[in-house]
Design a protein around this ligand. Structure first.
Ligand code: FES
Ligand code: FES
Length: 160
């Protein structure tokens, strides 16, 4: 048995501490130790983006990061977006513009959009499509996802 490592990771503002195997992936820490199952696992091989979270301000695929690499850092997951029972504008955009069907890709897609809009509050359609190009959706054909992100961008800039 490999020696356990003690880690402390803050997720959505709340600290979680555990003794873990060094090989434990961040996505498993989030889902199995923190119990936050909104972050999905679609492939486990860095392809689909369903596991996307924000780690110290940067979108990462949490199936591609060891939990020990997030030790002492801050993670934002889909559960951390809504505030005071009010959806985040990106979540609202997906709701209003029907940006999902089965919803499996949605948490990762929203976190990728979150990073995109933090970096670029007024993206073109091409920039939106590039911004979510690491995230796969098997259902929607992407058009309504793009519309959802446009809606969110406008709302976050003070319009909509
Ligand atoms: S589960 Fe991480 S990229 Fe697919
Ligand atoms: S809504 Fe089903 S995979 Fe995107």
């Amino acid at each position: 048995m490999v020696k356990a490592v003690h880690v402390k990771i803050t997720i959505n503002g709340k600290p979680y501490e555990a003794d873990i195997e060094p090989r434990l992936l961040l996505v498993h820490f989030i889902r199995d130790i923190a119990g936050l199952t909104g972050t999905h696992i679609g492939c486990d091989t860095t392809n689909c983006g369903a596991c996307t979270v924000i780690l110290n301000g940067k979108a990462v695929k949490s199936c591609t990061i060891f939990a020990v690499q997030a030790n002492g850092k801050e993670v934002l997951t889909i559960e951390g977006l809504a505030k005071d029972g009010k959806l985040h504008p990106i979540q609202e955009g997906f709701w209003v513009k029907h940006g999902l069907q089965c919803g499996y890709c949605t948490p990762g897609m929203i976190m990728a959009a979150y990073q995109l809009l933090m970096r670029n509050p007024n993206p073109t359609e091409e920039e939106i499509r590039w911004g979510i190009s690491g995230n796969l959706c098997r259902c929607t054909g992407y058009q309504n996802i793009v519309e959802a992100i446009k809606y969110a961008a406008e709302k976050m800039r003070g319009g909509a």
